[in-house]
Design a protein. Structure first.
Lengths: 315, 342
């Protein structure tokens, strides 16, 4: 019990008739990086707001570090660093001044605050401490945001869409930084995103959130198992029929080992298999006398997962 | 257990020592977050262009009114019924320009609205609100600090201006103020600050209510215009409609007068000008109608400061009540509101 740093039980938030979060149960152990995945409007941000006591749940309870967030938000906020989705700084102040202000709100002395702010700015890669935040780029803001979160020496950090609007290289750096922080300082991290492929690299576990409900939870492999049954790999092949094509290519491939299902629309084939058998597929296509134009292993984006999920539900 | 913990944490909040700050491990003084915000608000105000503009307007008009009262001062002194010459600096005028008091009652709202209209919504729109609110501070700390910060700035400005006018007056007319005059001036300044505090609270209320800073500024100015221009007109209309006949008995006339006065006393600027006139003109002995019986045997002498204060007590209470009402509404709206980023 004590190992769970975040505990949500039966958490519900309604806005009038609209249910934003529906009876959510979630436990996150200490030191874990948990990814909250879901499309826009799935209730990720609302859940995060309830975690911090920034909005009140309609029903259910939220506990962070064993403290009730709704009743004692201030105690929770001493231990939790939060990076909001659209974070802003006082634009006419420098990065250092912004950080020192946050530090002082956390009851640090001026001197302590300055020392810590400088070292953190260095750590997140913003050496020019006197630059006004109004002139910061999006990526720099996000990094300053991370420093702002860390200055209170939190036990938990909650990041709402930390990768939004940053270029791929910036995303890579930011995620590496988060991973490194979690490892070095033993922080528990909760981050929300709608990009599966971005967060799957850093998260220990992810939860998939759709329409206020957590539909699946676990590490990436178990998530795809939960969602797709036993078909974690999909291979897409574009084949062109030649005059010398002898056999029905679909049949040949479906007889291969590990292949579970083959679906063909015009000249594209989708092959679900339990293991990566790209090589065998290529061979059999060519030996069957078809022209192979394209063959690749599909990476699932969140979109595909949703699509799959809903397809499965409709059938 | 939970309850008792909450209770003790509330108790420690009430503890004054905690409020003023505590000592850190290395013996340095740690400021309470509330004062950190107040400090930042004040420095923000002093840095802002908006404050410079407002201050410029206020200083210019005060200089203008000082000039107009000085140019006519010998006439005023000659016709004066009492010995409070010095206070005449603030109330007299040559007719070309309103007096210092009238200017303040006119510009006070502008100052209050100007400093408060974007207190909360600008933080929300720039995305800093959710960042600040995720720090370990109580929500009321933020609005309290916003209010107090602006109030301190206004107090500094008003005291500085008042003393400046006094100093110039002293320089030009050569009569030093008596102790009572000085005390009356201090009371006047405090009431002026209270008056602006009301408008500040109203502006902060609008800044919580409206997402757009421009909407909240307009709403504030709208209320101000309504009270300065239209409310008087409406009261006039009602008064005309309800006016008693020419030969009505005195009780009816008095009742009517009191009714009209009560209608007017909803207006903060009316409360303010009543209060300040009484304080700066010691010969004023009543703000309502007086009967001949009440006047009988009265010596036409100025009344002491204590009596003047007693006379304006209802006005003062009204102003404070209006300010507190706005504050309570702000509180109610802000405390349980959802804080989204942008």
């Amino acid at each position: 019990m004590a190992d769970h740093i975040i505990e949500l039980s039966g958490l519900t938030k309604k806005y009038g008739d609209f249910v934003a979060v529906n009876k959510l149960d979630l436990k996150i152990p200490k030191g874990e990086i948990f990814g909250l995945l879901g499309p826009n409007g799935a209730g990720k941000s609302t859940t995060i707001l309830m975690l911090l006591g920034l909005t009140e749940p309609t029903a259910g309870s939220v506990k962070v570090c064993g403290i009730n967030s709704t009743r004692e938000p201030v105690e929770v906020k001493k231990k939790v660093g939060y990076l909001p989705e659209n974070l802003g700084f006082y634009d006419d102040r420098s990065g250092l001044e912004n950080l020192v202000y946050t530090a002082k709100l956390n009851q640090m002395t001026e001197q302590e605050a300055k020392e810590k702010a400088r070292s953190l700015l260095e750590r997140v890669g913003l050496p020019d401490v006197h630059k006004k935040t109004g002139t910061y780029s999006r990526g720099m803001r996000q990094r300053l945001g991370l420093a702002d979160v860390l200055i209170k020496s939190p036990e938990v950090i909650i990041l709402d869409e930390p990768t939004l609007g940053i270029d791929p290289k910036g995303v890579q750096e930011l995620l590496q930084l988060i991973k490194q922080l979690s490892k070095e300082d033993g922080l528990t991290v909760l981050l929300s995103s709608h990009h599966l492929h971005q967060v799957q690299k850093v998260c220990d576990r992810v939860g998939l959130f759709v329409n206020g409900k957590l539909i699946a939870e676990g590490d990436i492999a178990s998530l795809s198992t939960q969602l797709f049954g036993r078909e974690p790999i999909t291979i897409e092949a574009r084949v062109i029929e030649h005059s010398k094509s002898k056999k029905d290519v679909e049949k040949v491939i479906s007889k291969l080992r590990h292949v579970k299902a083959v679906q063909k629309n015009e000249d594209t084939m989708l092959i679900d298999c339990t293991e990566d058998v790209t090589n065998e597929i290529a061979q059999s296509i060519i030996t069957s006398g078809f022209g192979l134009h394209q063959l690749y292993r599909r990476e699932y984006g969140l979109d595909d997962i949703y699509q799959r999920y809903f397809e499965k539900n409709q059938v | 257990m939970n309850m008792s913990k909450t209770f003790t944490s509330r108790l420690s909040d009430l503890n004054l020592k905690y409020l003023m700050g505590k000592l850190s491990s290395d013996g340095q003084k740690v400021k309470h977050p509330f004062w950190v915000i107040v400090e930042k608000e004040i420095s923000d105000h002093f840095r802002s262009v908006r404050f410079m503009i407002l201050m410029g307007i206020v200083i210019l008009t005060c200089m203008g009114s000082l000039y107009s009262s000085l140019s006519n001062f010998s006439e005023v002194v000659k016709n004066s019924e009492d010995e409070f010459f010095f206070l005449r600096l603030f109330t007299s005028t040559d007719g070309a320009m309103p007096s210092f008091v009238v200017f303040l009652s006119f510009l006070g709202p502008l100052l209050g609205i100007g400093l408060g209209f974007d207190a909360i919504n600008s933080e929300q729109n720039s995305g800093t609100l959710s960042r600040i609110m995720s720090q370990p501070i109580h929500r009321d700390n933020l609005i309290n600090a916003k209010f107090l910060g602006a109030l301190i700035v206004i107090s500094i400005l008003f005291f500085a201006l008042g003393f400046l006018v006094m100093g110039f007056g002293l320089f030009f007319i050569g009569i030093p103020p008596t102790a009572e005059e000085f005390l009356r001036f201090i009371c006047f300044t405090i009431i002026s600050i209270l008056y602006v505090a009301f408008w500040l609270n109203l502006a902060i209320l609008f800044s919580v209510k409206f997402r757009q800073a421009s909407t909240s500024a307009l709403a504030g100015i709208g209320v101000w215009l309504f009270f300065t221009v239209f409310y008087g007109l409406i009261v006039n209309l009602i008064a005309k409609a309800k006016a008693p006949a020419q030969f009505a008995p005195p009780e009816v006339v008095i009742k009517y007068q009191v009714f009209v006065k009560n209608l007017m006393s909803i207006v903060p600027s009316q409360l303010y000008s009543d209060a300040t006139t009484t304080l700066l003109r010691p010969s004023v002995r009543s703000l309502g109608p007086l009967t001949m019986e009440q006047m009988a045997g009265a010596i036409p002498n100025p009344i002491p400061l204590g009596q003047s204060l007693l006379l304006v007590w209802p006005q003062l209470t009204g102003l404070i009540a209006a300010a507190v009402l706005c504050f309570a509404l702000t509180y109610h709206m802000f405390m349980r509101r959802e804080i989204r980023s942008k």
